[in-house]
Design a protein. Structure first.
Length: 422
């Protein structure tokens, strides 16, 4: 039986935590939000986005009448929360508007010799190109597709993978958007100098990505923030808010509520960077741990390609790469003191944001998703019944949501943006 998790807006008198109250009132040193924009009249509940495989309207009514567990940030921001327990449920998201992946057009007629003539449209941009650019003496690999003049979508990958995690998402967006996905130093096909030759910190990785965007002339972009991509992307967004068209957040943390027991050994390493504490983390770099990241929390393990962990592990096993990853494990502790600044950025700038989160992720669990609702007044919020790498199991659904969201909030570069007042 398919399970839908549907959260309506909570009653207006529902209490929220003191931290959220502070964010609303500007107390405790938190920035006051901008004055709310005029909004169209609505019913007592805010807009809810619903997608159902069943045509039986009674199922929808039951979901609306049973909204599920409340959350302290419910009154702050909510559009829709959806969990899907069906590997084919993404098909029903056609209600949001299907996207077309235009690769070529076949001629209607058949030539005299009996062969079918196929012509590739010069307007097609879905082909993914694999390129490199030199930055500070490093070769930075990236995947790129889409019309160069279109709005940019910058995809920032997580650990232990690379831009390979976006191999299917890129062509699904490239018909209308200029999609770019780099590999950080030490990951994927980019240079991987030793820890003695390069400073593996999140500050340094963000500097490389910043230079990367400038070398490619990407002066505005929508950021896809996943895992390691979140602290890298939030550094860019806070520094250059005028460059950010929108955010797409997928299992990328900016709140301490999202760091649960998985992080206890890392916290010990942040507190004491001893050899013993470092060795305790090497188990996260094994083939079993890499496979575990891809398969834990998914609905159907057989649907997850083993190419994922095979490719990632081969790169993790390169000489010197474990030391690179241990350096970044330690540097991750530098992100937590920046969380209040990133939260203030969200409250102050209110970037259009789509959150798509694998709720069964043991690394960045669902608890890390909900606090975004405290700070973003118009957050489009979706939980998926899958694990850490949500794109592997629900990539089609996420692509549909992204195409719809970007068309409404950013446009396609093919005409004026139409404001959504539904």
């Amino acid at each position: 039986m398919r399970e839908l998790i549907f959260l309506n807006q909570l009653p207006t008198d529902q209490s929220v935590s003191s931290r959220c109250k502070g964010s609303l009132a500007g107390k405790n040193g938190l920035a006051k939000p901008n004055k709310p924009k005029p909004k169209p009249k609505r019913s007592e509940t805010m807009k809810t986005t619903s997608i159902f495989t069943s045509t039986d309207n009674s199922e929808r009514q039951r979901a609306l009448q049973n909204p599920g567990p409340p959350h302290r940030c419910g009154p702050r921001s909510f559009i829709g929360t959806l969990g899907i327990r069906s590997s084919t449920a993404w098909v029903t998201m056609a209600a949001l508007g299907l996207f077309a992946l235009s690769i070529g057009t076949a001629a209607a007629g058949t030539p005299d010799d009996g062969e079918i003539a196929v012509t590739v449209s010069p307007e097609s941009h879905a082909r993914v190109h694999h390129r490199t650019v030199e930055i500070d003496g490093l070769s930075i690999f990236y995947r790129e597709a889409g019309p160069p003049e279109a709005p940019v979508v910058l995809l920032l990958h997580g650990f232990p993978t690379s831009s390979h995690m976006y191999r299917n998402l890129i062509p699904a967006l490239a018909d209308k958007y200029h999609v770019v996905a780099p590999d950080y130093p030490g990951f994927g096909q980019s240079s991987a100098p030793s820890v003695d030759e390069f400073e593996y910190t999140f500050d340094r990785l963000a500097q490389v990505v910043e230079t990367f965007t400038e070398k490619l002339g990407l002066d505005r972009y929508s950021l896809y923030l996943m895992d390691y991509g979140a602290p890298i992307g939030f550094r860019l967004a806070e520094k250059y808010p005028e460059r950010v068209d929108s955010l797409i957040i997928q299992n990328g943390n900016a709140y301490e509520e999202g760091l649960l027991e998985f992080w206890d050994p890392l916290r010990a390493y942040w507190k004491d960077r001893s050899e013993a504490n470092g060795d305790a983390l090497r188990g996260l770099l094994t083939a079993d741990a890499t496979r575990w990241q891809y398969t834990t929390g998914v609905r159907d393990v057989a649907a997850i390609s083993p190419d994922n962990w095979t490719i990632d592990q081969r790169l993790l096993d390169r000489p010197g790469n474990q030391e690179i990853q241990l350096a970044l494990f330690y540097s991750y502790g530098s992100n937590l003191p920046l969380y209040p600044r990133w939260q203030a950025y969200l409250r102050r700038e209110q970037p259009p944001t789509l959150l798509v989160w694998g709720k069964n992720d043991p690394i960045f669990p669902e608890e890390g998703a909900h606090p975004y609702r405290c700070d973003l007044t118009e957050l489009e919020f979706y939980l998926f019944d899958t694990g850490h790498f949500a794109l592997e199991e629900d990539g089609e659904a996420i692509a549909v949501l992204m195409n719809d969201f970007l068309a409404r909030k950013v446009g396609t570069g093919k005409g004026p943006i139409t404001a959504n007042t539904q």
